[in-house]
Design a protein around this ligand. Structure first.
Ligand code: ADP
Ligand code: MG
Length: 324
Protein backbone atom coordinates (compact mmCIF):
# COMPACT_ATOMS: atom_id res chain seq x y z
CA UNK A 1 0.00 0.00 0.00
CA UNK A 2 1.15 3.51 -0.77
CA UNK A 3 0.84 6.45 1.55
CA UNK A 4 0.18 10.11 0.88
CA UNK A 5 -2.66 9.34 -1.47
CA UNK A 6 -6.27 9.77 -0.66
CA UNK A 7 -7.93 6.85 -2.36
CA UNK A 8 -6.62 3.89 -4.28
CA UNK A 9 -8.49 1.19 -6.16
CA UNK A 10 -6.55 -2.06 -6.40
CA UNK A 11 -7.70 -4.73 -8.87
CA UNK A 12 -11.27 -3.69 -8.12
CA UNK A 13 -13.85 -5.94 -9.72
CA UNK A 14 -17.64 -6.18 -9.49
CA UNK A 15 -19.71 -9.04 -10.80
CA UNK A 16 -23.48 -9.39 -10.77
CA UNK A 17 -23.96 -13.05 -11.64
CA UNK A 18 -22.43 -13.43 -15.10
CA UNK A 19 -22.23 -9.66 -15.72
CA UNK A 20 -18.84 -8.07 -15.07
CA UNK A 21 -19.81 -4.48 -14.24
CA UNK A 22 -16.30 -3.38 -13.18
CA UNK A 23 -13.20 -5.21 -14.38
CA UNK A 24 -9.89 -5.00 -12.56
CA UNK A 25 -9.75 -1.24 -11.96
CA UNK A 26 -6.46 0.17 -10.71
CA UNK A 27 -6.41 3.86 -9.99
CA UNK A 28 -5.13 6.44 -7.54
CA UNK A 29 -7.36 9.44 -6.82
CA UNK A 30 -5.02 12.15 -5.61
CA UNK A 31 -6.03 13.86 -2.37
CA UNK A 32 -7.95 17.10 -2.80
CA UNK A 33 -8.68 16.69 -6.50
CA UNK A 34 -11.92 17.03 -8.41
CA UNK A 35 -12.21 13.84 -10.42
CA UNK A 36 -14.91 13.11 -12.99
CA UNK A 37 -15.71 9.51 -13.80
CA UNK A 38 -16.98 9.82 -17.35
CA UNK A 39 -18.54 7.16 -19.54
CA UNK A 40 -21.70 6.00 -21.28
CA UNK A 41 -24.65 4.45 -19.48
CA UNK A 42 -23.93 0.92 -18.24
CA UNK A 43 -20.12 1.18 -18.28
CA UNK A 44 -19.81 0.60 -14.53
CA UNK A 45 -19.58 4.12 -13.06
CA UNK A 46 -22.27 3.74 -10.39
CA UNK A 47 -21.04 0.28 -9.40
CA UNK A 48 -17.56 1.71 -8.89
CA UNK A 49 -18.90 4.58 -6.80
CA UNK A 50 -21.16 2.34 -4.72
CA UNK A 51 -18.25 -0.01 -3.95
CA UNK A 52 -16.13 2.95 -2.82
CA UNK A 53 -19.00 4.15 -0.62
CA UNK A 54 -19.61 0.68 0.81
CA UNK A 55 -23.14 0.37 -0.55
CA UNK A 56 -22.08 -2.55 -2.73
CA UNK A 57 -19.81 -5.50 -1.92
CA UNK A 58 -16.50 -5.81 -3.70
CA UNK A 59 -16.25 -9.00 -5.78
CA UNK A 60 -12.45 -8.83 -5.96
CA UNK A 61 -9.73 -6.36 -5.11
CA UNK A 62 -9.62 -3.61 -2.53
CA UNK A 63 -10.24 0.05 -1.78
CA UNK A 64 -7.51 1.82 0.17
CA UNK A 65 -8.16 5.19 1.81
CA UNK A 66 -5.23 6.94 3.47
CA UNK A 67 -3.29 3.67 3.61
CA UNK A 68 -6.15 1.72 5.19
CA UNK A 69 -8.03 -1.03 3.38
CA UNK A 70 -11.65 0.07 3.85
CA UNK A 71 -13.28 -2.44 1.51
CA UNK A 72 -14.86 -4.44 4.33
CA UNK A 73 -15.92 -1.46 6.49
CA UNK A 74 -19.53 -0.23 6.74
CA UNK A 75 -20.23 3.03 4.83
CA UNK A 76 -20.29 5.25 7.93
CA UNK A 77 -16.80 4.19 9.02
CA UNK A 78 -14.99 4.68 5.70
CA UNK A 79 -14.41 8.40 5.56
CA UNK A 80 -16.51 8.64 2.40
CA UNK A 81 -19.96 10.11 1.84
CA UNK A 82 -22.27 9.69 -1.08
CA UNK A 83 -24.71 12.08 -2.68
CA UNK A 84 -27.31 10.13 -4.60
CA UNK A 85 -28.74 10.86 -8.02
CA UNK A 86 -32.31 11.21 -6.66
CA UNK A 87 -31.13 12.96 -3.44
CA UNK A 88 -33.00 10.41 -1.26
CA UNK A 89 -34.12 12.95 1.34
CA UNK A 90 -36.42 11.83 4.17
CA UNK A 91 -39.81 13.36 3.31
CA UNK A 92 -41.06 13.59 6.90
CA UNK A 93 -37.96 15.37 8.25
CA UNK A 94 -37.22 19.08 8.02
CA UNK A 95 -34.25 20.27 6.03
CA UNK A 96 -32.24 20.74 9.24
CA UNK A 97 -33.12 17.27 10.54
CA UNK A 98 -32.27 15.71 7.19
CA UNK A 99 -28.83 17.25 7.36
CA UNK A 100 -28.39 16.29 11.01
CA UNK A 101 -29.63 12.73 10.50
CA UNK A 102 -26.30 10.90 10.43
CA UNK A 103 -25.17 12.78 13.55
CA UNK A 104 -28.34 11.66 15.33
CA UNK A 105 -27.49 8.06 14.37
CA UNK A 106 -24.06 8.60 15.93
CA UNK A 107 -25.69 9.81 19.16
CA UNK A 108 -24.63 13.45 18.90
CA UNK A 109 -26.87 15.57 21.15
CA UNK A 110 -29.53 17.77 19.61
CA UNK A 111 -28.00 21.19 20.21
CA UNK A 112 -24.67 20.07 18.79
CA UNK A 113 -26.07 18.34 15.73
CA UNK A 114 -28.35 21.24 14.91
CA UNK A 115 -25.46 23.68 15.21
CA UNK A 116 -23.42 21.50 12.87
CA UNK A 117 -26.34 21.11 10.44
CA UNK A 118 -26.78 24.88 10.38
CA UNK A 119 -23.10 25.32 9.52
CA UNK A 120 -23.52 22.97 6.58
CA UNK A 121 -26.72 24.72 5.47
CA UNK A 122 -24.87 28.04 5.53
CA UNK A 123 -22.16 26.47 3.37
CA UNK A 124 -24.70 25.58 0.68
CA UNK A 125 -26.67 28.82 1.13
CA UNK A 126 -29.81 27.18 2.55
CA UNK A 127 -30.00 28.69 6.04
CA UNK A 128 -33.30 30.45 5.31
CA UNK A 129 -35.07 27.19 4.42
CA UNK A 130 -33.88 25.04 7.34
CA UNK A 131 -37.39 24.46 8.72
CA UNK A 132 -39.03 23.40 5.46
CA UNK A 133 -39.87 19.87 4.39
CA UNK A 134 -38.20 18.45 1.25
CA UNK A 135 -41.49 18.58 -0.71
CA UNK A 136 -41.52 22.36 -0.19
CA UNK A 137 -38.22 22.77 -2.05
CA UNK A 138 -37.26 23.09 -5.71
CA UNK A 139 -34.98 20.51 -7.33
CA UNK A 140 -31.96 22.72 -6.97
CA UNK A 141 -32.72 23.37 -3.30
CA UNK A 142 -33.18 19.65 -2.61
CA UNK A 143 -29.82 19.09 -4.16
CA UNK A 144 -28.17 21.58 -1.83
CA UNK A 145 -29.73 19.80 1.15
CA UNK A 146 -28.46 16.44 -0.09
CA UNK A 147 -25.01 17.98 -0.44
CA UNK A 148 -25.11 19.42 3.10
CA UNK A 149 -26.28 16.06 4.42
CA UNK A 150 -23.35 14.28 2.78
CA UNK A 151 -20.81 16.85 3.99
CA UNK A 152 -21.96 16.89 7.63
CA UNK A 153 -20.00 13.68 8.25
CA UNK A 154 -16.77 15.46 7.26
CA UNK A 155 -15.77 12.92 4.62
CA UNK A 156 -12.30 12.71 3.09
CA UNK A 157 -13.95 11.79 -0.19
CA UNK A 158 -17.32 12.95 -1.45
CA UNK A 159 -18.94 10.68 -4.02
CA UNK A 160 -21.50 12.24 -6.35
CA UNK A 161 -23.51 10.05 -8.73
CA UNK A 162 -24.80 12.18 -11.62
CA UNK A 163 -25.59 14.99 -9.17
CA UNK A 164 -26.76 17.47 -11.81
CA UNK A 165 -28.81 15.23 -14.07
CA UNK A 166 -32.19 16.12 -12.52
CA UNK A 167 -31.68 19.87 -12.98
CA UNK A 168 -32.65 22.00 -15.94
CA UNK A 169 -29.74 23.10 -18.17
CA UNK A 170 -29.49 26.62 -16.72
CA UNK A 171 -29.42 25.44 -13.11
CA UNK A 172 -27.06 22.62 -14.02
CA UNK A 173 -24.42 25.06 -15.19
CA UNK A 174 -24.87 27.23 -12.13
CA UNK A 175 -24.71 24.30 -9.71
CA UNK A 176 -21.61 22.87 -11.32
CA UNK A 177 -19.86 26.17 -10.65
CA UNK A 178 -20.95 25.93 -7.03
CA UNK A 179 -19.78 22.33 -6.69
CA UNK A 180 -16.36 23.28 -7.96
CA UNK A 181 -16.15 26.25 -5.59
CA UNK A 182 -17.23 24.09 -2.66
CA UNK A 183 -14.62 21.46 -3.47
CA UNK A 184 -11.91 24.12 -3.56
CA UNK A 185 -13.05 25.57 -0.24
CA UNK A 186 -13.23 22.20 1.52
CA UNK A 187 -10.06 20.82 -0.07
CA UNK A 188 -11.41 17.25 -0.05
CA UNK A 189 -11.56 14.81 -2.95
CA UNK A 190 -14.72 14.89 -5.06
CA UNK A 191 -15.45 11.92 -7.33
CA UNK A 192 -18.26 12.99 -9.62
CA UNK A 193 -19.91 10.51 -11.96
CA UNK A 194 -21.27 11.90 -15.21
CA UNK A 195 -22.02 10.84 -18.77
CA UNK A 196 -21.68 14.43 -20.00
CA UNK A 197 -18.32 15.33 -21.50
CA UNK A 198 -18.95 19.08 -21.16
CA UNK A 199 -19.65 18.62 -17.45
CA UNK A 200 -16.45 16.61 -16.99
CA UNK A 201 -14.34 19.12 -18.92
CA UNK A 202 -15.79 22.03 -16.96
CA UNK A 203 -15.22 20.50 -13.54
CA UNK A 204 -12.43 17.99 -13.48
CA UNK A 205 -8.83 18.28 -12.42
CA UNK A 206 -8.68 14.70 -13.59
CA UNK A 207 -10.99 12.85 -15.98
CA UNK A 208 -11.26 9.07 -15.77
CA UNK A 209 -12.94 7.74 -18.90
CA UNK A 210 -14.67 4.38 -18.45
CA UNK A 211 -15.96 2.12 -21.18
CA UNK A 212 -17.35 -1.37 -20.87
CA UNK A 213 -16.24 -1.96 -17.24
CA UNK A 214 -12.66 -0.71 -17.63
CA UNK A 215 -10.75 2.57 -17.46
CA UNK A 216 -10.01 3.55 -21.03
CA UNK A 217 -7.93 6.65 -20.22
CA UNK A 218 -7.28 8.99 -17.32
CA UNK A 219 -5.47 12.26 -16.86
CA UNK A 220 -5.87 16.03 -16.57
CA UNK A 221 -8.89 17.25 -18.55
CA UNK A 222 -6.78 19.07 -21.13
CA UNK A 223 -4.53 16.07 -21.68
CA UNK A 224 -7.43 13.70 -22.26
CA UNK A 225 -9.16 16.14 -24.59
CA UNK A 226 -5.98 17.11 -26.41
CA UNK A 227 -4.60 13.60 -26.79
CA UNK A 228 -7.29 10.93 -26.69
CA UNK A 229 -5.64 7.53 -26.65
CA UNK A 230 -8.36 5.53 -28.34
CA UNK A 231 -11.11 6.02 -30.89
CA UNK A 232 -13.69 5.54 -28.15
CA UNK A 233 -12.25 8.36 -26.04
CA UNK A 234 -11.93 10.66 -29.05
CA UNK A 235 -15.58 10.13 -29.98
CA UNK A 236 -16.92 10.26 -26.44
CA UNK A 237 -15.03 13.36 -25.32
CA UNK A 238 -16.34 15.22 -28.39
CA UNK A 239 -14.89 17.94 -30.58
CA UNK A 240 -12.82 15.46 -32.59
CA UNK A 241 -13.10 13.70 -35.91
CA UNK A 242 -11.72 10.20 -36.34
CA UNK A 243 -10.31 9.80 -39.83
CA UNK A 244 -8.60 6.86 -41.51
CA UNK A 245 -5.32 7.98 -43.08
CA UNK A 246 -2.87 5.71 -44.95
CA UNK A 247 -0.68 5.77 -41.82
CA UNK A 248 -3.49 4.73 -39.46
CA UNK A 249 -6.37 6.30 -37.60
CA UNK A 250 -6.02 9.87 -36.46
CA UNK A 251 -8.09 12.43 -34.86
CA UNK A 252 -8.53 15.91 -36.18
CA UNK A 253 -9.87 18.61 -33.90
CA UNK A 254 -13.16 19.98 -35.20
CA UNK A 255 -11.92 23.52 -34.58
CA UNK A 256 -8.83 22.87 -36.74
CA UNK A 257 -10.82 21.95 -39.87
CA UNK A 258 -11.17 24.68 -42.50
CA UNK A 259 -13.25 24.92 -45.66
CA UNK A 260 -11.35 26.27 -48.66
CA UNK A 261 -10.03 25.76 -52.17
CA UNK A 262 -7.53 23.02 -51.29
CA UNK A 263 -7.82 19.76 -49.42
CA UNK A 264 -10.00 16.69 -49.41
CA UNK A 265 -13.17 16.81 -51.49
CA UNK A 266 -16.36 16.50 -49.47
CA UNK A 267 -20.07 17.28 -49.58
CA UNK A 268 -21.80 19.21 -46.82
CA UNK A 269 -24.51 17.19 -45.08
CA UNK A 270 -25.52 19.52 -42.23
CA UNK A 271 -25.05 23.08 -41.02
CA UNK A 272 -25.88 23.97 -37.43
CA UNK A 273 -25.68 27.50 -36.03
CA UNK A 274 -24.35 27.45 -32.46
CA UNK A 275 -23.91 31.13 -31.67
CA UNK A 276 -20.17 31.76 -31.43
CA UNK A 277 -19.48 29.03 -33.96
CA UNK A 278 -21.17 27.15 -36.77
CA UNK A 279 -20.95 23.35 -36.90
CA UNK A 280 -20.57 22.14 -40.48
CA UNK A 281 -20.71 18.39 -41.13
CA UNK A 282 -19.41 17.06 -44.44
CA UNK A 283 -18.96 13.62 -45.96
CA UNK A 284 -15.64 12.64 -47.51
CA UNK A 285 -15.48 10.41 -50.60
CA UNK A 286 -14.40 7.59 -48.26
CA UNK A 287 -17.72 7.94 -46.46
CA UNK A 288 -16.13 9.37 -43.28
CA UNK A 289 -18.02 12.29 -41.78
CA UNK A 290 -16.01 15.32 -40.72
CA UNK A 291 -17.20 18.03 -38.35
CA UNK A 292 -15.79 21.52 -38.74
CA UNK A 293 -16.41 24.12 -36.02
CA UNK A 294 -16.03 27.47 -37.73
CA UNK A 295 -16.04 30.86 -36.01
CA UNK A 296 -19.42 32.34 -36.92
CA UNK A 297 -17.95 35.39 -38.68
CA UNK A 298 -15.75 33.18 -40.86
CA UNK A 299 -18.72 31.01 -41.82
CA UNK A 300 -21.01 33.90 -42.69
CA UNK A 301 -18.32 35.50 -44.87
CA UNK A 302 -18.80 32.53 -47.20
CA UNK A 303 -21.97 30.72 -46.10
CA UNK A 304 -22.53 27.14 -47.20
CA UNK A 305 -25.54 24.85 -47.37
CA UNK A 306 -26.14 21.10 -47.30
CA UNK A 307 -25.33 19.60 -50.72
CA UNK A 308 -22.52 22.08 -51.46
CA UNK A 309 -19.20 20.63 -52.60
CA UNK A 310 -16.27 21.79 -50.45
CA UNK A 311 -12.64 21.02 -49.76
CA UNK A 312 -11.51 20.30 -46.23
CA UNK A 313 -8.09 21.00 -44.82
CA UNK A 314 -6.50 21.14 -41.39
CA UNK A 315 -3.39 22.31 -39.74
CA UNK A 316 -0.91 19.58 -38.70
CA UNK A 317 -1.21 20.89 -35.14
CA UNK A 318 -4.85 19.83 -35.09
CA UNK A 319 -3.92 16.28 -36.04
CA UNK A 320 -3.31 13.62 -33.39
CA UNK A 321 -2.52 9.97 -33.98
CA UNK A 322 -4.39 7.40 -31.91
CA UNK A 323 -2.40 4.82 -29.98
CA UNK A 324 -4.93 2.05 -30.15
P1 ADP B 1 -23.39 3.14 -15.07
O1 ADP B 1 -23.52 3.79 -13.74
O2 ADP B 1 -22.10 3.48 -15.75
O3 ADP B 1 -24.55 3.39 -15.97
P2 ADP B 1 -23.72 0.62 -13.62
O4 ADP B 1 -22.57 0.52 -12.69
O5 ADP B 1 -25.02 1.06 -13.05
O6 ADP B 1 -23.31 1.55 -14.86
O7 ADP B 1 -23.94 -0.76 -14.33
C1 ADP B 1 -22.90 -1.50 -14.94
C2 ADP B 1 -23.44 -2.84 -15.40
O8 ADP B 1 -23.84 -3.62 -14.30
C3 ADP B 1 -24.65 -2.73 -16.31
O9 ADP B 1 -24.56 -3.75 -17.27
C4 ADP B 1 -25.81 -2.97 -15.37
O10 ADP B 1 -26.90 -3.52 -16.05
C5 ADP B 1 -25.21 -3.96 -14.38
N1 ADP B 1 -25.79 -3.82 -13.04
C6 ADP B 1 -25.76 -2.71 -12.26
N2 ADP B 1 -26.36 -2.93 -11.08
C7 ADP B 1 -26.80 -4.23 -11.09
C8 ADP B 1 -27.48 -5.08 -10.16
N3 ADP B 1 -27.83 -4.63 -8.95
N4 ADP B 1 -27.74 -6.34 -10.55
C9 ADP B 1 -27.37 -6.80 -11.76
N5 ADP B 1 -26.71 -6.06 -12.68
C10 ADP B 1 -26.43 -4.79 -12.36
MG1 MG C 1 -25.07 5.11 -13.07
Amino acid sequence: MRTGYDLELVHLTKRYGDTVAVRDLNHVFVKGSYVCLLGPSGCGKSSTLRMIAGHEDVSEGSIVLDSQDVSQLPPALRGTAMMFQNYALFPHLSVRDNVAFSLRMKGVDKAKRHARADEMLALVDMTHLADRLPTQLSGGQQQRVALARALVTEPKVLLLDEPLSALDPFLRIRMRGELKKLQRELGITFIHVTHGQDEALALADEIVVMNDAVIEQSGPARDVWGAPRTEFVARFIGGHNVIALPSGKATVRADAVTLGDDGLAATITAVEYQGASVAVTSKLETGDEVLALLPEEQFFNAPKSPGDAVRLAWDERGLHRLEA
